[in-house]
Write a new protein. Structure first.
Length: 254
């Protein structure tokens, strides 16, 4: 079976203390998840978190770490991930306030490559998680394409299926484009909220994304971790994670 992790950002409102994180991890394990991605949780000591994960039999599939921390506290980031036996970290995206220009993205790419170089030889690799803004042209160029073409080949991409689709692109096609550079993927579905007719997030397999094609693309691209995330939605976050993994195991055969 595929390795499936819960993105803890889904549970951020009930993971503000170490005790809450412990309860959440126990529930996630009971649902059948193999691991978690650390993001959005309250403060917790690295060793305490390791003890919780080891006690539940959960792996640290990946994390999200801020650019400032990666740049300014690199040694601590590396030490924590080695403690957790975690090979993958990523930033949550790039959200510039300046005018959307090619030069802006080129500078970000150069800076990001430099930060990634600081992790060289540590066993920890840096990735980029997209939203939909990367599909809005900057001087006629798609930032997502610039990232794929110009980031160091050692960097990986944590493509988010919902945000790719919401940006007007094909999640399966982009997953295939980064084959060999996508050890972790974000599974997130999309449907339409009524009566305002706006896109909304929903549980995996209950929306409109072409999951047959997406799963095919993931297998082709060499995905190791299928990470379930839902930023917001109708169901309670725990119920949402339970519904998603059930659909993935029972309906999709993962």
């Amino acid at each position: 079976m595929a390795l499936i992790a819960a993105q803890m950002y889904t549970l951020r409102e009930v993971c503000k203390t170490p005790a809450q994180i412990a309860v959440a991890c126990a529930k996630v394990k009971k649902m059948g998840y193999d691991g978690i991605q650390l993001s959005g949780c309250g403060p917790i000591e690295a060793q305490e978190l390791k003890n919780i994960l080891d006690g539940e039999g959960l792996q640290m599939a990946a994390t999200h770490v801020g650019l400032d921390q990666l740049r300014d506290d690199t040694a601590k980031v590396i030490d924590e991930h080695q403690l957790w036996n975690c090979r993958y970290t990523a930033i949550g995206g790039f959200f510039p306030k300046e005018a959307w220009t090619l030069a802006l993205w080129e500078k970000f790419i150069a800076d990001f490559n430099a930060i990634a170089a600081k992790l060289s030889g540590s066993g920890l690799t840096l990735g980029y998680h997209n939203h939909h803004n990367e599909f809005s042209p900057a001087d006629g160029r798609l930032p997502m394409d610039l990232l794929i073409n110009r980031l160091d080949p050692e960097l990986w991409f944590e493509l988010d299926t919902h945000w790719v689709a919401r940006g007007g692109a094909d999640p399966a096609a982009y997953i295939e484009r980064v084959a060999g550079r996508i050890p972790c993927v974000h599974f997130k579905d999309m449907s339409i909220a009524m009566p305002d007719r706006t896109p909304k997030m929903c549980e995996i397999g209950d929306g409109n994304l072409n999951w047959h094609r997406i799963v095919q693309a993931c297998r082709y691209a060499g995905v190791k971790w299928y990470i379930v995330e839902r930023d917001a939605g109708d169901l309670d976050p725990f119920d949402s994670l339970a519904r998603s993994i059930w659909n993935m195991r029972e309906k999709m055969g993962l």
